[in-house]
Design a protein around this ligand. Sequence first.
Ligand code: ZN
Length: 68
Amino acid sequence: MASTVTANALPAPETIVIDGHRTSCDGGGGALGHPKVWLEIDHDKGFVECGYCDRRFVERGGPADTGK
Ligand SMILES: [Zn+2]
């Protein structure tokens, strides 16, 4: 199946849906890891991006949750 690239889609390395609005990220550990940081989802946006590894954390059922 051919992959389709949407022109205006920002490259999000990984999207992780979580329950609740608070989580932590350490980049997954190993060579790609980074110091553990706590992240709090912006309630209006429904997601937060990790400043280190650009992972996006989406609150389940929130405005940014597309996997209903
Ligand atoms: Zn991270």
